[in-house]
Each structure stands twice: as C-alpha cells, then as structure tokens.
Design a protein around this ligand. Structure first.
Ligand code: GLN
Length: 520
C-alpha cells in the first residue's frame, strides 16, 4: 500500500514459509518505474542495487527474497515497466502485432502476465510470489494490477491469491488503530476489480478485535483473513509471526493445497539467539550514502549474520567518508573493525583511503569491498610502496601511477552502459591466505559490479612491498582479492561478498572479519 511498508519482507516471508512446507517457490518483483533496471539509479533514489549470479542489476527486494527463501534468483525475477514497454515496442517494430493498434490493454498487460508464467516455467515453481511495487492508486502501477486481475480471470480462483499489505496508523492519544486508510486502498482495488483474499495489517500494536471486525466488514473479507503484521525489531522474525497467525495454512487452504505443518525450529532458534545477544562489537563503515541505510542493505544483513555466527551483536558505526577526512583517528579509534564498502565517484575517496590507512597502521581488522578494495590498493601503493600520487583513473585520469584502471578492451568504448563486470566470476584462492582459511576451498564464485580493475602492471612492485594477491580470476588473470599478511586480518575483494550471505549460512569472509574484530 505504501512504499517502505515492508512488502518485500512480507513477500519474502510468505515465500520462506511456503518453501518450508515443501513447495517449490519462486519470487517475482514488478517495479512500475520506466528505468529498464535500477543499475543507473542513484542510491539515494533507489537504495542498494542487488546483483544476481547472472549479473542482473535488480531491486533490493531480491536480496530479501534470496536471504529469506534461500534461493538464487536471476534477471527474470525482477521486471520493470521499462522492460515491459521496451519488449512491447520491440515486438511492434518487428511487426509482431500484425498492424493492430498496440495498447496498454491488452498488449502491455499480456506482456506482464507472460513474465509471471516465464518465472514459473524457468524456475519450475509450484508457486510464484509476485510483488507489485508502488502503492495502490498510483497511475504507474495500474497496468500491473489490471494484469493480475486478468491473470485470475484466466487461471481461476483456486490458482491465484491476492494478498494486500496495508498500514494501520496508531493514534496514541486516543489509543486507536485507524482502519480508514485500509478501507480506502481496498476500495480502490475493488474499483478495478480486485478483491483481496487476505489483508496483512502492518501495525505497531497488536491488532484489536475491533479493528479486525471493522476491516472485515468494510473490506468484504472474513475476519480470519485479516492478518496482523506487527512491527518487530528483527526482520527475520516476520515469518515466525506469520506462521503463528496461521497465514501459511490459510494460504494453502485457499490454493487448495495440502502440505502438512512443519516445525520452523532452525529458523526460530536463530531468531531467538539473535534477539538475545549479550556481547557487542563495534564496526566502523566508511561510505558515501551513509544517511541512506537502504544503500547498504545486503552489507548490513551480512554483518548481522556474521555477528550471529560469532555470538555477538554487530554495532555498526556508519561514517560519512568526507566528514572523517580531517581527523580519521577521532572517529575510528573506538572501532574493532573497519569496513570500506563499494561505491562510485570521487566524493569521499580521500576519506576512505585514510580509513584504510588507519586500519593498516593500527592493525585493526579491515574488510574492503569493491571500491573499498580499490582504495586499499591505492593506499598501499602510496604509503607503503612509495608510489606517490597513485590513484584510480576513475578519480584521476592523469595519475602517474594508475594502480586501478580500465582494461585496454574497455577503453575502446565511450558509452558507460554495458561496460561493467557484472555477476558471478570464479576466483582461485592462494593457500594460506586469510581468504583461503575462511572459505576452506581453492575456487570460489562471487558476484561483481564494477568497471575498474587492479592494474597488473603494478602487481610485482606491490607484491615486493608486502601485498599478497590472495585471489585471481584465472581466465583473465585479474586480481580479485588482496591481503596484507603482516596484519592481523586485512582482506579486500574486488567482488561483493555481501550478496551471498544468508542468516543460517553466513558468508565466511564476514564471519572471519567479525571474529578478528572480536580478538581486538
Ligand atoms: N567505482 C568502482 C568501479 O567501477 C567500484 C565499483 C563498486 O564499488 N561497486 O570499478
């Protein structure tokens, strides 16, 4: 109903619960904006860009889906209005519509329905959970809602289910939960022919009997189908709460499926433990979109998972790189670990490089990710290998020491689109490195999203100065991981390990980073 209401977590939770019952589940997110993907959007606008194994730049909700449902998704699992429209326009240009007038209904809505079926086919799914981004009443999301209305008409009531998530504002002075916004948004849905089967009510306080019966009456839905979605401090608690509300059985009954109850033991033990961590460890994260926490969603989750694996609560200290430039020590000295995440553009670079230096010189465990790795290489080149003014050509095209640079083949093209290294690449680890000790295998696969690379011309000089090349992409001999062996724990990766971390299967690098931080 509103953005940021938690549709992503709610969808992911439903997915997790159905999968747990034994169904083959897949997920699909429809985003009603015209951008073809969020890859070109500013993190302030959109939050994190989640990268799938096959290299699609997708909405951050796909990250929730992967973490909750414990599946790997692909480019087919996130579809934007931009993709729909461009597919339809392409077909029109090809003459596929045989001279017909091409219209939102039926052509755009057909294309939308096709995408749902495509996910079902491709992922061999028994259930596809389709989340429609935006808010009921938006002009932009109308074609998507119309498409799902048609979908039900074609595929029948027993094969489709409409779940509507709404917000029940709480007015403390009167102690009341307001059902009016729910009544209105359901009214809007019914105007376009959609009667929700289930209403999930996001609420701060337990759903009152009164609110429930009001929603039932005004929204034309049985009381048992009005489900409380109460605020929780730990997002991983949401599936457990839904299960308690009987949501899974309710959904299965409506879909005419019978999958017996199963205990959620592992997941609930994890949540219970996570909610009762006593010890804390402070980790500084030096980035650029710090005020926009959504920009680092997967990173934040990976830290939480890693904390759990070490029985400690990670207390993240988010620092704006530009702000710490003058006196990094003042901000960083209380942290047990320092992390420099990925990013694009010049702003804050020097602050990040200072943070790396502080970690290196003070022997504070360090994890650098993508841009964070590039900053670590620049810092090492400048201050250890004595290559003055070393830089990435992204920030200083005329640097005398381009330790981070584009590959020669990338230089040929002038356009930015399509020049990034995206998605999974194999990486061969050096035995006895911090990374090998974490992964415990020689070849790993991790997800990438960057344009610039470690410049191999500087490999020998930097190695001589004490840098370890701990991982390479063998096909092209590209440096994927650097380490400083003389440091307690200093690892920086060209890829983004955070995308693969899951609550019950925490990422080994994050786990060892936090472990090293605790030893401080
Ligand atoms: N800006 C850097 C590059 O394009 C790093 C990108 C990132 O951190 N994701 O190579």
């Amino acid at each position: 109903m509103l953005s940021s209401l938690g549709k992503g977590i709610a969808s992911a939770s439903v997915g997790a619960l159905l999968k747990h019952r034994g169904l083959k589940v897949s997920m699909l997110k429809f985003d009603p904006y015209i951008n073809v993907d969020p890859g070109t959007m500013n993190p302030y606008q959109h939050g994190e860009v989640f990268v799938t194994e096959d290299g699609a730049e997708t909405d951050l909700d796909l990250g929730h889906y992967e973490r909750f449902v414990e599946i790997n998704l692909s480019r087919y699992n996130n579809v934007t209005a931009g993709q729909i429209y461009s597919a339809v326009i392409e077909k029109e240009r090809r003459g596929d519509y045989l001279g017909k007038t091409v219209q939102v209904i039926p052509h755009i809505t057909e294309e939308i329905q096709e995408r749902i079926k495509k996910v079902a086919r491709k992922d061999k799914a028994q259930v596809v959970i389709t989340e429609i981004g935006g808010t009921v009443g938006d002009i932009e999301s109308l074609p998507f809602l119309e498409a799902i209305r048609q979908f039900r008409l074609r595929h029948g009531k027993q094969n489709t289910l409409f779940i509507h998530l709404t917000l029940l504002p709480y007015i403390p002075s009167s102690g009341e939960l307001k059902t009016k916004p729910t009544q209105h948004s359901v009214g809007k849905l019914r105007e376009i022919g959609i009667q929700p089967d289930l209403i999930l009510c996001r609420t701060q306080i337990p759903l009152t009997k009164e609110a429930k019966s009001k929603i039932s009456l005004f929204c034309n839905i049985e009381e048992k189908d009005v489900i409380q979605a109460i605020d929780v401090k730990n997002i991983y608690e949401v599936p457990l709460r839904f299960e308690k509300e009987g949501l899974t059985d309710n959904i299965l009954r409506k879909l005419n499926l019978s999958f017996p109850k199963k205990n959620l033991g592992k997941w609930s033990r994890w949540v219970r433990k996570a909610n009762n961590l006593k010890k804390e460890v402070k980790i500084a994260i030096v980035g650029k979109y710090i005020k926009m926490k959504d920009a680092y969603k997967s990173l934040n989750e990976a830290l939480t998972h890693a904390g759990m694996a070490n029985n400690v609560k990670v207390n993240s200290l988010w620092l704006e790189a530009e702000e710490i430039e003058k006196t990094p020590g003042e901000y960083l000295s209380s942290s047990k670990g320092i992390l420099v995440p990925g990013g694009f553009g010049m702003r804050g670079i020097e602050g990040k490089i200072m943070a790396v230096r502080f970690a290196r010189e003070n022997k504070i465990p360090f994890l650098g990710i993508c841009l964070g790795m590039q900053c670590a290489v620049i810092e090492f080149a400048r201050n250890v290998a004595n290559l003055k003014e070393a830089n990435s050509t992204e920030f200083d095209p005329r640097t005398p020491h381009p330790v981070i640079d584009l590959l020669p083949e990338q230089r040929k093209t002038k356009i930015k689109g399509g020049t990034m290294r995206l998605g999974n690449y194999p990486c061969r680890l050096q035995i006895n490195s911090f990374s090998y000790r974490a992964y415990k295998k020689r070849v790993i696969r991790e997800r990438h999203r960057h344009r610039y690379e470690f410049n191999n011309k500087y490999r020998e000089v930097l190695k001589k100065a004490g840098l370890r090349i701990a991982g390479i992409f063998p096909d092209k001999d590209l440096v994927e991981i650097i380490e400083i062996p003389s440091h307690p724990w200093f690892v920086a990766t060209q890829f983004h390990p955070e995308f693969q971390s899951r609550p019950l299967l925490c990422h080994p690098l994050f786990r060892d980073f936090i472990r090293a931080a605790m030893k401080q």
